[in-house]
Design a protein around this ligand. Structure first.
Ligand SMILES: [Zn+2]
Length: 1057
């Protein structure tokens, strides 16, 4: 290697100088003479400190502090506090030395943990981050010009955890419960503003020397300029600092030409609502992070800070009302900028369509109510994939722009755009920007600014981008250094992109203007944003996913039954908000610590209990409205059947058998329940629903097979392996002939992100099933249902029991599954179905929010290969033109289709960040559904709803009689997904419908029950926020909704007399 480059500066000399610059600004080396040490030239310990350790890991509010419990710190033998998650309060009494009069004084605190400083009235003033990491925040500005002898008192709340929790060996390891934290610094110090200013100038120039191209003119100039500054600046003689500063300023005052890129820079503090810490810690993280930002805003008047998640604002409002008022003030002044519009930054793929709608309904309404306006951009920088329906849901929530950066984490294909139009499944388009720094927590160093431009994919087509700066994930946000750098970049430094302190809205407004001309054509990305990483999150923490699905179902049912039963208004907003909270992008995906799931499961329990109570009340209410309706033809006992789906249903139902035995039931189940065949109309109830079943189950058993037949299908269960074959009579063909429902175990060791990732190679390493021979037992053999119990020892410690059920008059086969999943280590469980279906286009279909999408079943390109594990909502389907097979589920999301083989992912066993993830008992159902025609004509969508929304049945003796239906919908392809009371006008009803087949349908007519809901007074189309879009004509309780486009969502509001 040549000693000299083509530049005048030799490479060796350059390295030596860069090293010299580092020592000049080091916290560790040569602090006796270097310049960094001049920022705080004098320090004094604070001697008068009292402390109080809160018992039992409790987090108590300031108002609960009892000053009598505080003890002097200097009586304590050590300055170490713990254990992990404990809280310790300190009272600091400070006297500024007389000789510091006229000087700027800072409080310096390093408790090796997170902390929050309060004034004596209990108002949070600023967060403090301990430790020696880059994200430390030790300094709190006390006074800019001390009087000398002035006295101050503060409280500090020390939380025994770091910004990123208390992981053991690695950040994401199981939390170390016994960690202690040392109070290393508790002092006041003189802050030398002049030294700090020069230091910031110097570091920036030194950074340019290090990161501009080595052979660039400007890089070499930076190198020599920085060296000149050191030579000029005698740290012992401040009279030399002015000349050093002049050298710096004259270099920094050289500007770029007109073509330079502009980086719109918004402060941000990504706060994971629970992740490596529980929800309760997050409430304090908000106060720590946001109070810090308020104090920075007071110094930098152009600084704008973007903060998402209505839930965080609501917590702050409840727990820190004075801080919240200050935030409101800064929102009015335009510095504190609410963004996102959603209740939390939810997972982008796992919640249902209606849940996503509610995220915006509750979120946007909160922002409007509290701050007077809606958010204009959806902010989801950290979710693991994005549903193709989000553009439409955003637009229906008054949002037209989208920010994320997560696609930069793809581990197979590089995402091709930074700025684009994102077009959803229905054709809705939003502006989308993925900040080219590839993060949401930039520290805005020179190298970040340079990388931003080189990594910006729309170079030439656009000349602006967005940067989110400030420490994040565990909160924190920007610090003073970042603002100092940015205000320098704002002044336009030659060879560095220009910064502009702004909000995301400022950026998108500018982008829209920039792209308004005919020459500007951004690319369009169509459909979902499939994230090529974290594919294990479709499966990890199975109980949480079950809780989410079951609560979504329960809340929908309660809202419908509340209206169907003509009961009084019921406010479910608290239950909804708990559900939405648990959809946070580390909770629902399964990537949080165990403590977070204690809360999550508890919230699901609360929602479930409340919903069950309501359903019971409303069902009784419906029953009582029918009491006394005597029908002489129907004097026998009845079953009240309630259908919350928007189509008529005829099927076998199971319900508790009443105590007296006079009931007329066709079959008693193996566990003593009644089975009947019923018919009930859409979104309705029927007291006379029991009908004669047109079909009957036949079960035969040989030493080879148990065979179950109904009019549609024949199922064979192999007596040895338990594998099934399936024959469909309608098409006269085998659907599965080589053994389906084969359980498979795989070694599941990802590269780093344990709970997050299942990697592409897992399928290459199957693990032998401990006892592949199953135990089969026939429990029911008809006439309405056959049930076979299958038991298999998966591993030495884990056992699976399955109830395979075939019903009369249905081609659906249910696999009701119980698994005791114990002591498993990095093992994944799937069930495999090799089918006989050949999809000529090599495509399978997957249920999504308010619609579905297709993905390849081949591995032609790296983009196809990356989809070796994908996600769905309630079903996925593989079809030929006239026949297909769907696999439905009641709480699973992970699946895969390779050629003609379909697999559903059932359980994982990652160990970090929750060492107990998925250990224990599980219950879930998946189903096979073979169908004629395609998935649309074959009713796959309806069947998946029916699995998830079983008919609600209640027996009643006496002669009650009656039936009615809330709504009457004309179009087969349109689904009513929600029926709810209007938010602002509880007498009115909002119905949310969507076109589910993926094609246009004209003249959709919706009829409304006069008996149940009353006389319609007015009908209008509303958006998700329930704002009126247009009034609709109605006649005789019917309204023509006009045209539904493919996968279009419509919300219709009915007002009644
Ligand atoms: Zn996050």
């Amino acid at each position: 290697m040549s000693v000299l480059t083509n530049n005048t500066i030799g490479e060796a000399k350059r390295k030596i100088l860069l090293d010299r610059f580092e020592k000049f600004t080091s916290d560790i080396y040569y602090t006796d003479v270097n310049f960094k040490s001049k920022v705080y030239p004098e320090r004094r310990p604070i001697d008068d400190v009292l402390y109080y350790s809160v018992p039992e890991l409790a987090r108590i509010p300031f108002s609960d502090l009892n000053s009598n419990l505080f003890k002097p710190l200097n009586e304590r033998s050590n300055r170490t506090f713990g254990p992990s998650w404990s809280t310790h309060w300190f009272l600091l009494n400070i006297t500024v030395p007389d000789e510091w009069a006229g000087k700027s004084v800072h409080l310096i605190w390093n408790s090796s943990s997170e902390a929050l400083i309060f004034n004596m009235k209990g108002v949070p003033l600023q967060g403090l981050t301990g430790g020696d990491g880059g994200d430390k925040r030790h300094e709190f500005p006390l006074i800019s010009k001390a009087f000398g002898g002035d006295k101050y008192s503060f409280y500090i709340e020390m939380a025994c955890n770091g910004l990123f929790g208390i992981g053991g060996a690695t950040m994401i390891s199981e939390p170390d419960k016994d960690r202690t934290f040392e109070l290393k610094k508790c002092e006041i110090a003189v802050f030398d503003e002049e030294a700090y200013e020069l230091l910031m100038d110097f570091k920036l120039i030194a950074d340019m020397a290090a990161h501009l191209p080595q052979d660039s003119n400007r890089g070499s100039q930076a190198l020599l300029t920085a060296n000149k500054i050191i030579n000029k600046c005698d740290t012992r003689d401040r009279s030399t600092w002015g000349d050093a500063s002049k050298i710096a300023k004259s270099f920094l005052n050289q500007h770029n030409g007109d073509s330079q890129h502009t980086i719109y820079s918004t402060g941000h503090c990504h706060i994971d609502v629970a992740w490596l810490w529980p929800y309760d810690e997050t409430k304090r993280k908000c106060a720590r992070s946001w109070s810090s930002q308020l104090s920075i805003m007071n110094k930098f008047k152009d600084y704008k800070f973007s903060q998402s998640q209505a839930q965080l604002y609501e917590w702050t409002k409840q727990l820190y009302p004075e801080l919240y008022e200050q935030i409101k003030q800064k929102v009015q002044e335009g510095q504190f900028v609410p963004v996102g519009g959603s209740w939390v930054e939810m997972d982008g793929i796992l919640p249902s369509g209606e849940s996503m709608a509610r995220q915006f309904l509750y979120g946007q309404r909160f922002f409007k109510k509290e701050f007077g306006k809606y958010c204009t951009e959806f902010w989801l920088p950290d979710s693991f994939g994005y549903s193709g329906q989000l553009p439409q849901i955003m637009k229906l929530s008054n949002i037209d722009s989208f920010v994320t950066q997560k696609m930069s984490w793809n581990n197979i294909n590089k995402f091709p755009h930074s700025t684009m139009h994102w077009q959803g499944l229905d054709g809705s388009r939003v502006w989308a920007h993925f900040p080219p720094m590839d993060n949401y927590c930039s520290q805005v160093h020179v190298k970040d600014m340079l990388f931003n431009v080189s990594n910006f994919k729309q170079r030439g087509a656009s000349n602006i981008s967005l940067c989110l700066f400030g420490f994040g994930d565990g909160g924190g946000g920007p610090n003073y250094d970042m603002l100092e750098r940015l205000t320098r970049f704002e002044k336009n430094i030659d060879s560095v992109p220009i910064a502009k302190l702004s909000s995301a809205k400022d950026f998108f407004d500018r982008l829209k203007k920039e792209q308004s001309g005919p020459d500007h054509q951004l690319e369009v990305w169509h459909g979902e944003l499939y994230f090529e990483l974290h594919r294990g999150c479709y499966t990890s923490q199975a109980s949480t996913k079950r809780g989410n699905r079951f609560c979504q179902v329960a809340l929908r049912n309660v809202e419908i039954l509340n209206l169907m039963s003509r009961s009084d208004d019921l406010d479910l907003s608290e239950e909804w908000k708990l559900l939405l909270l648990n959809q946070f992008h580390d909770v629902l995906p399964g990537s949080s610590i165990g403590l977070a799931y204690v809360d999550a499961i508890d919230y699901y329990r609360t929602i479930t209990k409340n919903c069950e109570d309501h359903i019971s009340t409303f069902t009784n209410q419906i029953k009582s409205t029918c009491d006394g309706n005597v029908d002489l033809n129907h004097l026998h006992d009845h079953v009240l059947t309630i259908n919350t789906c928007s189509w008529d249903r005829s099927q076998v139902v199971e319900y508790a058998l009443p105590n007296d035995s006079n009931h007329n039931v066709a079959q008693i189940s193996h566990d003593g329940k009644a089975l009947s065949f019923v018919k009930v109309q859409q979104l309705g109830y029927d007291f006379d629903s029991q009908k004669l079943c047109p079909d009957q189950i036949q079960l035969t058993s040989t030493s080879d097979f148990i065979q179950i037949k109904n009019q549609f299908v024949r199922l064979q269960i192999n007596q040895q392996s338990g594998h099934i074959n399936l024959f469909d009579y309608r098409m006269n063909r085998w659907v599965i002939e080589n053994g389906g429902n084969e359980f498979q175990l795989f070694e599941d060791v990802p590269l780093f992100w344990d709970a997050w990732d299942v990697e592409v190679y897992h399928v290459d390493k199957p693990i032998r099933i401990h006892d592949p021979n199953v135990k089969l037992e026939i429990l029911e053999s008809g006439p309405l249902r056959a049930c076979v119990k299958l038991q298999i020892q998966l591993t030495q410690n884990s056992r699976l029991t399955q109830f395979i059920k075939v019903h009369a008059n249905s081609s659906r086969i249910d696999f009701h599954t119980l698994v005791d999943w114990n002591h498993e280590q990095h093992v994944m469980l799937k069930s495999k179905f090799p089918t006989t279906i050949y999809s000529p286009h090599q495509m399978a279909s997957f249920d999504a929010q308010f619609g579905h999408l297709q993905r390849p079943t081949h591995r032609n390109t790296s983009w196809d290969w990356s989809k070796f594990e994908v996600h769905c909502q309630m079903w996925f389907d593989l079809s030929e033109f006239d026949f297909g097979l769907a696999i439905l589920n009641d709480c699973k999301h992970g699946c895969s289709v390779l050629n003609n083989e379909m697999s559903i992912s059932l359980l994982r066993s990652p160990k970090s960040p929750d060492v107990n993830c998925d250990m224990g008992h599980h219950e879930f159902t998946y189903s096979l559904y073979s169908h004629e025609g395609n998935l649309q004509s074959g009713n796959v969508i309806q069947e998946a709803y029916q699995l998830n929304y079983p008919l609600i049945c209640k027996t009643a003796s006496g002669n009650s009689y009656g039936k009615d239906s809330l709504f009457d919908l004309s179009a087969h392809s349109v689904v009513i997904d929600a029926v709810k009371r209007a938010e602002d006008d509880r007498r009115s009803v909002v119905v949310r419908l969507y076109e589910s087949f993926g094609g246009r349908v004209d003249h959709v007519v919706l009829g409304v029950s006069k008996l149940i809901l009353g006389q319609v007074k007015r009908v209008c189309r509303v958006n998700i926020l329930e704002e009126e879009l247009e009034e609709l004509e109605f006649q005789d309780q019917h309204v023509d909704l006009g045209v539904f486009g493919a996968f279009q969502i419509q919300s219709i509001k009915f007002e009644f007399e």
